[in-house]
Design a binder for this molecule. Structure first.
Ligand code: ANZ
Length: 812
């Protein structure tokens, strides 16, 4: 009689695989479709973490309900398998990253299957397989052809220990020093020839596209800030006794009469021309020092803003006064023009700088306190033709004058920078690029893709940044053109982001036989038209900016090339919360609070793990793992099992409906359906529990209701649902059945009379449905004309609801 979860769960997992229960008919476009996507994992050596299933179970619930509602569902999984950890592991252990990655993938797949997730494993993709990265390389060629991939000398963040260049996003600031996010190794700035993707060309489109997406506002805001659009003015300052002009970017050109100095970033190209011999040594030293600092250190809130005078002066475009030109590292070279006009009276950083350097502080707006900068707007003073004007008029007048003088114009600046796309490591996609001895560069002929990653035993990068592929076999490294011209392949590889930029398209390209159809084929177009966009994308908040911005960028380029049919790839995005350790801290090996899903599945079963992770609380909340909660979920499942299998309850199950469960059954179907729709899985499960309690109390249990309950349970606990479903004599998987629907007529409950009070005095009574909660009750009451009449011209201070009895408005 006892429920042997180990045996039963394995039985159904094998059944689903054997019967291809979750096979997606990729080319069947007659049914409505639903594309439900998980952020595919990096197959690390340590295997699955209990945090992974939280997102996967959520998409699994939605997928199973969609399947039962007749949708053609694509719910795939794959492996984001290139990247540093596998390479580091291989270097440390003398292994090969490919073998190591394959083992990890096999382990991950086994673990996922043991959770009973409804993935179609035939659709699995792996970014490190040649047939996959062939298309990563192909998309790179498209970017190159569009002028969106360029090779140039750039100041890069170089990490000696990792032997590679790192993107800004891969660097963190520890105690004011740049260190690699992975491994916390020191990072220094160094010029290198690098591939760069011109994402800045898409800044405006990336910004606009956000408006229509059903994404968490926090994620949209993070992307907006990352893109950092700012509309302002460029002003050209003439330099005294010098041919150069210094161009600055300001978002407050209305403060131009308060300028008392200019500041250039230490990397600014004009520094050399502007520095007089007297100051040259100090300037050179200052610019060298700046190389060791992060942007964060340079722009930090510390009181001192450092800088050195160049010896030159600029001329104010209107007052013609002399403004000293300084070099200061609080100005960044890659924003605006890399130079600013210093308005210390109205900008905090300029204020600190001016105090520090004893520069004049000229207030040009009225303020009572001249001991600190005034950052807002007030009446202009000492500002010539804009005195007495408002901000907008003042700005327009100044811009107009600057335009006539040919010394300025409106300009939009973005914080977003181009994407550094080269890595000096082995375990990544080779670039489809050849450098010819005649000095030209070309992409590899598309027919010759993929450019295979050569098999090598020594994959160690050198400390000077020499790429591991320098040691590739000559047969790989050197190529000869038909006309005899010799060439050498690019020896950088692509960053890990490359493969994850388009994997959601790769699933669609995957054929039943494991091959991919061509990205630019008619069949691919047909599939993309049908399957895109992704309807629901669930994954961690840590990908709020980079992955999601990079993928949107590639997608927009593919859209402009008419290769995909929709502008945005991911319609709805949800970030699942983290699962913390029992002590409320992030799970980590060092804290010793890691829960291994394998252990949980062994002891309590996959269904318990699934129910627990969905029942813990709202999907988006970060919550601690509690063993007591897990045990509670296990008990719930056993209560269901006993109801169907223990004689004393079993005899209550009848084919005749005594109507005792009518209301609760229809309520349950309604609540579970709506809650699943809104991703409120915890409250859906709570309702399932209420239904089971009602069954225990009822005189008889109408079998049809119990069988339909299994359908409601199936998305959450599919093994036990399938097991009991077959016990009721069904011959085909429960996933092939129709998800239940409810009938409103059973939901009408009895009515009650409630008193509506104003400041405790009853004004009217209303007849409403019984058992409305506060929110529902208030909705009904507020809609009542008489109530509106009593409340007109009054300010509600507080509303007190006593369900089924009173609503009291405390008013003023
Ligand atoms: C004069 C001024 C007066 C400014 C004032 C602000 C307030 P957002 O709004 O983020 O675009 N700035 C411009 N380029 C810079 C750079 N490369 N490094 C550091 N700071 C830079 O910021 C624009 C403002 O940031 C600009 O407007 C400039 O200072 C500064 F009352 O110019 B402002």
């Amino acid at each position: 009689m006892s429920y042997n979860h180990q045996q039963i769960e394995k039985k159904w997992q094998q059944y689903w695989l054997k019967n291809e229960t979750f096979k997606t008919n990729i080319d069947d476009n007659k049914k409505p479709k639903s594309y439900i996507l998980d952020m595919f994992p990096y197959p690390s050596g340590s295997g699955l973490h209990v945090g992974h299933p939280k997102g996967y179970c959520a998409t699994d619930v939605i997928s199973r309900v969609k399947i039962m509602n007749g949708f053609n569902v694509l719910h795939p999984i794959g492996w984001d398998a290139f990247g540093l950890p596998a390479e580091q592991y291989a270097l440390n252990t003398g292994n090969n990253p490919e073998t190591f990655t394959k083992q990890n993938i096999n382990n991950f797949r086994k673990q996922l299957q043991s959770i009973g997730l409804s993935f179609d494993y035939n659709k699995e993709v792996n970014t490190t397989e040649p047939q996959y990265y062939k298309w990563t390389q192909w998309i790179f060629i498209k970017l190159y052809e569009q002028g969106l991939a360029e090779i140039k000398d750039v100041e890069v963040n170089f990490c000696e220990q990792l032997g590679t260049v790192l993107a800004n996003e891969e660097i963190i600031n520890i105690n004011g020093h740049m260190v690699s996010e992975r491994g916390n190794f020191p990072v220094i700035k160094k010029p290198m020839r690098q591939w760069v993707l011109k994402i800045t060309k898409y800044a405006e489109k990336l910004l606009k596209g956000l408006d229509d997406l059903d994404w968490p506002n926090s994620v949209k805001e993070l992307q907006r800030n990352w893109i950092g659009k700012s509309v302002g003015t460029l002003v050209d300052f003439v330099v005294e006794n010098n041919k150069c002009k210094v161009s600055i970017f300001t978002s407050r050109v209305d403060t131009i009469f308060g300028v008392s100095f200019l500041v250039l970033a230490p990397e600014h190209p004009l520094i050399h021309d502007l520095t007089t011999s007297e100051y040259s040594q100090a300037i050179t030293q200052y610019c060298l020092d700046a190389k060791t600092k992060t942007d964060l250190m340079r722009q930090g809130d510390d009181t001192l803003k450092s800088g050195v005078f160049t010896g030159s002066y600029a001329i104010h475009p209107f007052t013609k006064s002399k403004l000293p030109i300084w070099v200061g590292d609080y100005v960044l070279n890659h924003y605006g023009t890399g130079a600013i006009m210093g308005v210390p009276a109205h900008d905090s950083r300029d204020f600190i700088f001016a105090k520090n350097k004893n520069l004049p502080i000229n207030f040009i707006m009225k303020t009572n306190n001249k001991n600190e900068p005034f950052l807002g707007t007030s009446e202009y003073i000492n500002s010539d033709f804009i005195n007495g004007k408002d901000l907008e008029t003042a700005t327009n007048l100044i811009v107009k004058k600057l335009l006539t003088l040919k010394q300025g114009k409106v300009h939009t600046a973005y914080k977003l920078r181009d994407w550094l796309f080269s890595r000096q490591r082995y375990w990544g996609e080779p670039f489809p690029i050849i450098y010819w001895e005649d000095g030209t560069i070309s992409t590899v002929n598309e027919q010759q893709l993929p450019v295979l990653l050569p098999k090598m035993t020594n994959i160690k990068p050198s400390n000077s940044g020499n790429e591991p592929l320098t040691n590739a076999p000559n047969s790989w490294l050197h190529v000869t053109r038909k006309d005899g011209v010799k060439g050498k392949r690019e020896i950088n590889t692509m960053p890990q982001w490359a493969g994850s930029c388009w994997y959601y398209l790769a699933y669609i390209l995957k054929n039943d036989d494991g091959t991919y159809c061509d990205f630019n084929s008619a069949i691919a177009q047909k599939r993309f038209n049908y399957w895109l966009p992704v309807d629901l994308y669930i994954g961690g908040q840590e990908h709020a900016v980079l992955h999601l911005l990079y993928a949107r960028f590639w997608h927009l380029v593919l859209y402009d090339l008419k290769l995909v049919s929709v502008k945005e790839p991911f319609l709805k995005l949800v970030n699942q919360g983290m699962i913390l350790g029992e002590n409320n801290e992030k799970m980590s090996k060092s804290r010793g609070n890691v829960v291994n899903p394998d252990d949980i599945i062994n002891e309590y079963g996959a269904d318990t793990l699934r129910i627990y992770e969905m029942f813990m609380g709202p999907l988006t909340a970060s919550l601690p793992w509690l063993n007591s909660g897990l045990v509670g979920c296990y008990k719930f499942l056993m209560r269901i099992y006993r109801l169907v299998n223990k004689d004393e309850y079993k005899i209550k199950i009848t084919t005749k409906n005594d109507k005792s469960l009518d209301t609760i059954y229809h309520q349950t179907v309604k609540k579970v359906t709506n809650d699943i729709n809104d991703l409120n899985f915890n409250t859906a499960i709570a309702q399932l529990m209420i239904f089971i309690n009602a069954c225990y109390k009822a005189p008889t249990i109408y079998q049809q209701y119990l069988v339909n309950f299994l359908k409601l349970l199936n998305p959450f606990a599919p093994h036990i649902a399938e097991e009991l479903w077959f016990q009721f004599g069904n011959k085909e998987s429960i996933n092939k059945s129709q998800f239940p629907s409810y009938d409103e007529k059973f939901l009408i409950t009895s009515e009650v009379t409630i008193a509506i009070q104003i400041n405790g005095k009853t004004k009217i009574t209303l007849v409403v449905k019984e058992n409305l909660n506060n929110q529902e009750l208030l909705k009904v009451v507020n809609n009542e004309e008489k109530v509106k009449y009593w409340l007109q011209d009054k300010t509600i201070i507080k509303t007190i609801c006593i369900p089924n009895k009173i609503v009291n408005f405390v008013v003023k």
